[in-house]
Design a protein around this ligand. Structure first.
Ligand code: ADP
Ligand code: MG
Length: 700
């Protein structure tokens, strides 16, 4: 073959230096390869030709055959427009140009058959088509065409400089002519056979010039599969390399601590999901590789016991373990919970936070270095330089969103070799997203709540129903329950949001007046001591209602609180609504979540509210969130590189992603170095991708 896909587009017939510069700057197309990967946004029907008397006022894009019988300039407010009279045997219409008039006047052939294509308007009693695509009928009949015509992504600058969609199609045609439509295969034969994929050349031809709908669908499938396949291959390979390079401490035995706890001290039967996840973790810890695992599980799914049992395995092998949480409240909660369990096994455990005293710290530092202290729980304080473990074997991090990657690796530096890492999160990341972004982290999912939990009843109520809601609150309080009422505080500094909160507080105080009712209020502008005082009153049950901003999102655990009322809930994001709702439903009583809104709701708000009412499955909620907000917003900009897909869409093409992952895994299981002859095309493609694209450098 005489061409090379890395050839610069300057050399392609019909491009030339000016167009090449524009293609580079506007669409990032440098080479033949880039051009062939410029996939159409959509396709137009070019099988039908309309007569002028068949045009409708609401016709969309149409094509008509006829002749231009005259051209005239018409003055308008600013400048002038060029108007052409276009006729067929049924009638006449107008073609209109506001730009590029000189070129049109010079190149148009009057009274010669043309095919015109574009959107029609009904204007001044006649149909008109602004800036039509024009092609001589004689050329039209000759050109490489398909019934479905590609519409390529474009920019305003491109079309203003004359690189219209038709020009792009011409350029694409010339690429296919020059390459004869032969492109090297990029997947292995057995994959192509097994999945009945189009070969690469056929897929590329049909994505640009579809012969029919079926071939277009197959072309799309093949190219999406390929794109996702190579991302997965990359992620899995990275994981394999990581595992072979970074040796972890192999925890060979599951010893006395674990077994004794399992047999005698387990406070409840583990759920199936908890058992499965513990098994996954145990397998990791027993291998030679360092564990790097993400544990996802909704609020209340029981991650803590999994963390504790994992720590017991470390202890059984003579290592220390630590658990780090983002806030002091959460660390204390963990500590109190685990202290009780540890005491039963005679395990030494300590808490280290910002409020630990100097003497407490000194004691912790010493016993930690000597190896006498087995488990350390705490906040960021664990990352201080003075904290040195004798042999840290397992580090567990709760709520990963609040710790940066850099901070995490600080834990590593304390050891000669890195400890096993388990990251726990209650903010579910949709499986598809996790798979494509965290594909190189192992993931465990607890997708089952402990038995006997009552589902929280969630309803949507308009502000106009407030009186009924008040009545409901009164009934619940009469039964001895406590109530949260949460106001949005989108910006810490927003005066308006504070006004809403204070207005709300006042009206609640009037409605639920002392001495019959006691109300707490907590918000970000209060002094920490005051906040704590109000919080404690509610926790102790001295107040019936807690009026708050989202500061209560993390950490508050009041099992007697059974109603969560979220004011202006249309202003909250889905994951925040879900987290807030997780504050109730912690006791034995039926719990409720009431989403208050005004009558004015955007389409997205409606979807969010309906989702909350329909389900309490965090993963399902996360999927909807992903659809509404897009992967970039859900994950933050950090990882958006990998989401920069050319043709696949991780929201819509979930099942293709799953299958791509499955087959990538299967290929690497058989042939981790891609050395088999039948994997030659895969190896070559993989190498070329890693060389030419830097999208692989996204995860630190
Ligand atoms: P989270 O995943 O939110 O950290 P926790 O570990 O705090 O959840 O567990 C929530 C509550 O459920 C705790 O009170 C815990 O004791 C209880 N729990 C956990 N697992 C089970 C189980 N298998 N059966 C019954 N209760 C459980
Ligand atoms: Mg927890």
């Amino acid at each position: 073959m005489s061409f090379n896909l890395q050839t610069s587009i300057d050399y392609l017939k019909g491009v030339g230096p000016n167009r090449a510069d524009l293609l580079r700057s506007e669409l990032g197309i440098h080479t033949y390869q880039d051009l062939i990967n410029l996939f159409p946004n959509r396709y137009l029907d070019r099988t039908t030709y309309y007569k002028i008397n068949e045009l409708q006022r609401n016709s969309s894009e149409v094509q008509v055959i006829g002749k231009i019988t005259g051209l005239k300039e018409v003055a308008q407010k600013r400048g002038k427009r060029l108007v052409g009279r276009f006729e067929d045997d049924t009638g006449a219409m107008e073609l209109v140009w506001f730009r590029g008039q000189k070129w049109i006047r010079e190149s148009i052939k009057l009274n010669t058959p043309y095919v015109i294509f574009g959107k029609v308007n009904w204007y001044n009693g006649i149909f008109s088509m602004p800036h039509p695509e024009l092609e001589l009928l004689s050329e039209h009949n000759k050109s490489l065409r398909s019934s479905m015509q590609a519409v390529y992504p474009s920019t305003e600058k491109l079309s203003n400089k004359g690189i219209t969609n038709r020009v792009l199609i011409k350029i694409m045609q010339s690429l296919f002519l020059e390459t004869k439509g032969h492109f090297s295969e990029t997947l292995s034969e057995d994959l192509i056979d097994e999945l009945k994929l189009l070969c690469k050349s056929d897929a590329l031809f049909n994505i640009h010039f579809p012969k029919n709908q079926e071939l277009l669908s197959r072309a799309e499938f093949r190219l999406k599969f390929e794109e996702l396949f190579y991302i997965q291959l990359q992620l899995i390979l990275k994981n394999l390399i990581h595992k072979s390079k970074i040796k972890g401490f192999p925890f060979e035995t599951v010893g006395t601590y674990f077994n004794k706890f399992y047999k005698h001290h387990l406070p409840f039967d583990l759920t199936g999901a908890q058992k499965r996840v513990i098994k996954e973790i145990r397998q990791d810890l027993g291998s030679n590789a360092q564990m790097n695992r993400l544990l996802q599980g909704d609020v209340g799914s029981g991650k803590t016991i999994v963390a504790f049992m994992s720590m017991l395995i470390a202890l059984d092998n003579g290592f220390q373990a630590c658990l780090m949480a983002p806030t002091e409240i959460l660390s204390v909660q963990h500590y109190n919970g685990l202290l009780e369990l540890s005491n039963k096994l005679n395990i030494s455990i300590k808490l280290l936070t910002g409020s630990s005293t100097t003497s407490e710290r000194r004691e912790i530092h010493e016993s930690l270095e000597k190896g006498e202290l087995q488990i350390l729980i705490g906040t960021h304080a664990l990352l201080e330089d003075k904290v040195k473990f004798k042999n840290l074997g397992l580090a567990i991090i709760d709520e990963q969103h609040r710790f940066g990657v850099a901070q995490r690796s600080k834990l590593w530096k304390k050891n000669t070799s890195p400890p096993h890492i388990l990251v726990m999160t209650a903010t579910p990341i949709p499986r598809t997203l996790a798979m494509s972004v965290y594909g190189d982290l192992d993931i465990s999912i607890i997708d089952e709540l402990p038995p006997g939990r009552q589902a929280i009843k969630t309803v949507h109520r308009y502000d106009s129903n407030r009186l009924k809601v008040f009545r409901f609150i009164r009934d619940e309080i009469a039964k001895g329950r406590q109530i949260y009422i949460v106001y949005p505080l989108i910006q810490e500094s927003s005066a308006l949001d504070y006004k809403d909160l204070m207005d709300g507080y006042e009206s609640i105080s009037r409605e639920f007046a002392q001495p019959d009712y006691q109300i707490s209020i907590v918000h970000g502008k209060m002094k920490p001591a005051d906040k704590d005082y109000e919080m404690q009153r509610f926790i102790k049950g001295e107040t019936n209602i807690m009026v708050a901003t989202t500061v209560i999102e993390v950490g508050v655990n009041v099992p007697n609180a059974s109603v969560m009322i979220i004011e202006s809930s249309e202003r909250f994001g889905l994951s925040q609504l879900h987290q807030l709702r997780g504050r109730v439903g912690r006791g034995a009583e039926q719990s409720y979540c009431i989403l208050m809104t005004s009558h004015k709701l955007s389409q997205d708000s409606k979807v969010r509210l309906e989702t909350m009412v329909r389900t309490s499955d965090g993963f399902e909620i996360a999927e909807v969130d992903l659809k509404l907000r897009g992967p970039g917003d859900v994950m933050g900009t950090q990882q958006s590189g990998v989401l920069n897909l050319k043709i696949a869409n991780i929201v819509k093409d979930k099942s293709i992603l799953q299958s791509a992952r499955f087959y990538a895994k299967r290929v690497l299981d058989k042939d981790p170095s891609l050395g088999f002859p039948e994997h030659r095309d895969i190896l070559n493609t993989y190498r070329a991708l890693s060389k030419f694209k830097n999208i692989w450098n996204y995860i630190s």
